[in-house]
Structure formats: structure tokens, C-alpha cells
Design a protein around this ligand. Structure first.
Ligand code: DON
Length: 307
């Protein structure tokens, strides 16, 4: 019988031979230095079994995948009031697009585009100082991943490079401030946003951190969010987790998923598995080329699509 462990090993081996690997993000210098040859996969099953292959234990910049954790924390801070300031519809636009904000009163389409996540950071600053918000995020993700040793970190070099190159994010934040949808000083909000983007962890750690979304909001038997909130976060990951490529990801993979320009994807099979893949080469929408292909093959071989 072919096991999940066999399938994971087989997919990692297949990925070594794929020549069309996408383009590594170059707009943030530290990301541009990562080799496109990297590929890692980790699958954490509901019964606790963990299957890994390739570069699954190498830390990478999770970038926009942090928006999932920021959404979870913002909902924890203000509950459904959040939805007065952020929408729940796919944008159909690039992750860093500004266009819809003009006609939609500075309310971002969803929490998983840059504008949406910048609002999440502002929401957290309604409760915490920037340093506290950043520290809490790091502790939260370590707790989710069961990382007692503290090996998950925030990469300061990446955070600073984000700051140095973040002109579009500055534009988005200032534009939303003009509509009153950013309330704290823009520099403070972006300081938090850039540090969240700079979270660094491995596929194994990321798949562990996603367990609460697989298991009705619970980690190791403890409730992190309610089951209905976990369901809703998964729904948003399915509809909005890959920017203007979300429809294609749902078509090919059929799972909730959230990507980042570091080449990672966190994907969830509710009740069954939490999966992280990483390969730095990106497709035209900024999503991991091989990561998506690997998830597509995993789902074909396991029947894990939610459809
Ligand atoms: O805001 C930015 O430009 C990035 N540091 C985060 C973007 C990201 O990962 C979007 N991705 N697919």
C-alpha cells in the first residue's frame, strides 16, 4: 500500500527534476539570494504523524503567510467588528494593488492582500504598542507550532529590507489613512507589518503552526479559536489566499491555502492534515511555482481536495 510518507518522498524527488521553477522574488534583496533549487514539504496529520521531505527543516521567510496569523490575532482582539474595516471578497488584483481602495472608501477587499493586512496591524495597534504586537505574534506562532525551543524567529535583515523597499506599502497605508481606515501613525503600522512579513520558519514548523486550522481551532486539545472561526479563516484562505491566482489555486488544488513571496504555501485539509511547501521560484502572481505543483500532485494522489 502506498502511504502518505511514500507520496511525500516521491513528490520531493519529482520536484528536483522540474526545470520550470518560476522566478525568485527580487524586490526584497534578502529574498533574491535564496536558491531556486530549494524545495521542502511537510505534512502533519490529524493523529500527529509528521511526514517531511526535501529542505523541510530549512527556515525561510514566510512573508504573506503571516497574514493568516495576523487575521487570527486581530479577530481575537476585536472579533467580528473587524469586518467593518476589511472585506471578505477576492480582489482579482495583485497583492500590492491600490486601485480598489479609491472607489471602495479605503476598505481593502480582504485580509490577505497587503492593504488588508496593513489594516490588521492597525487593529492590533488599537490594543498594543508595536513592540508588544510583534512580540505577541512571535510567541503566538511559536505556541501554535509547539516550538518550545524558540527556533522560529523574526529576521531583522528582512524586516529592514522591507522597510527600505516598501514604497507601495507606504502608499497603501497613507491612502487608507486618508479614508480614516488607518488610525495609528503609518510608520508604526508598517513597522509591525514588515516584522510580521519577516517571520522565518521551516516547512515542518509552518505545518505544525497550521494545525489549529486543520483541527477545528484546537492545538493539542486546547482551543485557540472557535471551530466556526477556524472554518471562516479556511474559507478566506480558499477564496483569497493566492491573490489574483486564488481561483486557479482552488481549481488545481481545491484546498484552503495561503502563499507568500518567499515561496511558501500553508495549506489545510480540514480534519485531515496541515501542509507546508516551500520553493522560492514564483509564478506571475507571486505564488510558489513548485509549491503549487507539489500540492496539486499531493491532492491528486491522496484525494484530499475538499470538493
Ligand atoms: O508586502 C510585501 O511586499 C511583502 N513583503 C509581503 C508580500 C507577500 O508575501 C505577498 N505575496 N505573495
Amino acid at each position: 500500500m502506498v502511504t502518505i510518507a511514500d507520496i511525500v518522498t516521491e513528490i520531493a524527488a519529482e520536484m528536483r527534476d522540474v526545470s520550470e521553477r518560476g522566478t525568485v522574488a527580487s524586490y526584497i534583496p534578502p529574498l533574491a539570494e535564496v536558491s531556486p533549487d530549494k524545495f521542502g514539504i511537510a505534512v502533519v496529520m490529524a493523529d500527529g504523524a509528521v511526514h517531511v521531505a526535501g529542505n523541510a527543516d530549512e527556515a525561510f521567510s514566510i512573508q504573506s503567510i503571516s497574514k493568516v496569523f495576523a487575521l487570527t490575532q486581530s479577530l481575537g482582539a476585536v472579533g467580528d467588528q473587524l469586518w467593518l474595516r476589511v472585506g471578505r471578497e477576492p480582489s482579482g488584483s495583485a497583492f500590492n494593488s491600490i486601485v480598489q481602495l479609491e472607489t471602495e472608501q479605503g476598505i481593502p477587499r480582504n485580509p490577505f492582500i497587503n492593504a488588508g493586512a496593513i489594516v490588521l496591524c492597525d487593529v492590533l495597534l488599537g490594543r498594543y504598542e508595536p513592540r508588544e504586537a510583534i512580540g505577541q505574534m512571535l510567541r503566538f506562532v511559536r505556541m501554535l507550532a509547539g516550538d518550545d525551543a524558540g527556533s522560529i524567529t523574526i529576521d531583522d535583515a528582512v524586516a529592514h529590507a522591507e522597510q527600505d523597499t516598501g514604497f507601495r506599502n507606504m502608499a497603501l497605508a497613507n491612502y487608507m489613512r486618508a479614508f480614516g481606515n488607518i488610525r495609528a501613525p503609518v510608520e508604526r503600522v508598517l513597522g509591525v507589518y514588515f516584522h510580521f512579513c519577516a517571520l522565518a520558519m521551516s516547512c515542518r514548523e509552518l505545518a505544525m503552526a497550521g494545525r489549529y486550522l486543520m483541527d477545528g481551532g484546537r492545538v493539542d486539545g486546547h482551543s485557540v479559536v472557535t471551530a466556526s472561526r477556524a472554518r471562516r479563516i479556511n474559507a478566506l484562505m480558499m477564496s483569497c489566499g493566492h491573490y489574483d491566482n486564488s481561483g486557479d489555486f482552488a481549481f488545481r488544488v481545491g484546498l484552503p491555502g495561503k502563499s507568500g513571496v518567499g515561496g511558501g504555501i500553508l495549506s489545510v485539509v480540514p480534519g485531515v492534515a496541515s501542509i507546508a511547501v516551500w520553493s522560492p521560484g514564483l509564478n506571475a502572481s507571486g505564488n510558489s511555482q513548485l509549491g503549487t505543483l507539489a500540492l496539486e500532485r499531493l491532492v491528486q494522489r491522496t484525494g484530499w481536495s475538499v470538493f
